[in-house]
Design a protein around this ligand. Structure first.
Ligand code: R1P
Ligand code: URA
Length: 303
């Protein structure tokens, strides 16, 4: 943190980020969400040198932030940890991203990711590789983590709002795989590299038959929410440290851009059509969610 109280990569300080946050990958998606902010309240905007875009304003009178973080697990880690360090009280974070579908959802549908596991390249496996075949070893080329869950209440709100906006037939809910590459660990074959991933999607179905989407950030959000230090309980004698008291509540949904079953890819016109409908649904679920304690409204806040 700088001597002015700004965190290193997002460059925001206390009072510039609200307790309720939508996080997206692209800046243009963040700006599309920002068009819904109340017109009669001030809007704060900051792009950091490292490419994080933070927009803070009000939606239906409630302070919210929209943060564009770019792509991948480390960017989610920077965002969650740095924001956590400068906001008092509980955080509700909804990721609205894009994904590939490995199940019944076709392009243009929306997937509510109620849980996630990580698929990471096992570097050790590749260190054993000689010429074209890996040396026989017990290692597997990709590691699959355990499953981490969204906050059930926030997740349900997101699901219900999306169903209200898109209709039940276009909204799917299920397990997501967060991958450390768009290519190798999502099972995209590339003649330029020996990735040993031709069976990856069938391995996912063997290990987690309920997995329906692939993307690159949601697992880290759920994992950090679960790892977040519980807020002090109002009743200080209670030993309850269960999930309900975690300082970060998280949920996620994603538009299906790539259909990995039919090999279709979405057009940019369709993306805008979905975002225009989804943004209000996601924002409504965020402002409707109760938080136990929020950053106090004071003169240092941008809202
Ligand atoms: C890959 O194209 C990117 O799209 C998905 C993946 O998670 C990855 O970040 O999400 P966003 O659309 O939010 O960036
Ligand atoms: N984002 C991903 O990570 N994968 C896809 O296939 C589409 C969007």
């Amino acid at each position: 943190m700088s001597d002015k109280g700004r965190v290193y990569h997002l460059e925001v300080k206390r009072g510039e980020v609200a307790n309720r946050i939508i996080t997206v990958g692209e800046h243009s998606r963040a700006e599309e969400f920002a068009q819904c902010l109340d017109k009669d309240a001030p809007v704060f905007r900051l792009i950091s040198k490292r490419g994080f875009l933070t927009i803070t304003g009000k939606y239906k009178g409630v302070p919210i932030s929209i943060v564009g973080i770019g792509m991948g697990l480390p960017m989610m880690d920077f965002f969650v940890r740095e924001v956590r360090s400068i906001v008092d009280g509980q955080l509700a974070i909804i990721r609205f991203g894009s994904c590939g579908s490995i199940g019944a959802a076709r392009i243009g549908s929306v997937i509510v990711q109620n849980s996630a596991f990580a698929i990471t390249r096992n570097y050790n496996y590749f260190s054993d590789t000689e010429d074209l075949e890996p040396v026989s070893s017990d290692e597997k080329p990709y590691n699959f983590s355990k499953i981490f869950h969204a906050d059930p209440e926030l997740c349900k709100k997101v699901e219900l709002e999306l169903i209200k906006s898109f209709g039940e037939e276009h909204v799917f809910t299920g397990l997501n795989a967060t991958c450390d590459s768009f290519y190798s660990s999502q099972g995209r074959e590339d003649v330029n590299f020996r990735d040993y991933n031709s069976n990856l999607i069938s391995s996912i179905h063997d290990i987690y038959p309920e997995a329906i989407s692939l993307e690159m950030e949601t697992f880290m959000l759920f994992h950090l929410a679960k790892s977040s230090t519980p807020l002090p309980l109002k009743d200080s004698n209670s030993k309850n440290t269960n999930n309900s008291n975690h300082s970060i509540k998280a949920a996620a949904a994603a538009m299906v851009f790539a259909d990995r079953v039919t090999n279709d890819f979405i057009s940019s016109d369709k993306v805008h059509d979905i975002q225009k409908v989804a943004r209000n649904a996601v924002l409504n679920s965020l402002v409707d969610f109760d938080l136990t304690y929020v950053h106090p409204d004071d003169d240092d806040c941008v809202w």
